[in-house]
Design a protein. Structure first.
Length: 66
């Protein structure tokens, strides 16, 4: 599963560190999620979506949706 977190984060002008602080995780966690090396918990996915102003399904799509 791919994600669009980096795309939405940059559109909002939010750094990895800022997003991490708002989600109460480390910047390294956000980096790992953006690089598809870590799958976030459902709660974290919803938190990121809320902060970025999109739905979870807009953040996480199957590869054929890209």
């Amino acid at each position: 599963m791919q994600n669009r977190i980096k795309e939405y984060r940059k559109t909002k002008g939010i750094s990895q560190g800022e997003l991490a602080n708002q989600c109460h995780v480390s910047r390294q966690t956000i980096n790992a999620i953006e690089n598809n090396k870590y799958d976030p918990s459902l709660q974290l996915a919803f938190n990121m979506a809320k902060i970025l102003g999109v739905t979870v399904d807009h953040l996480f799509l199957s590869e054929e949706d890209f």
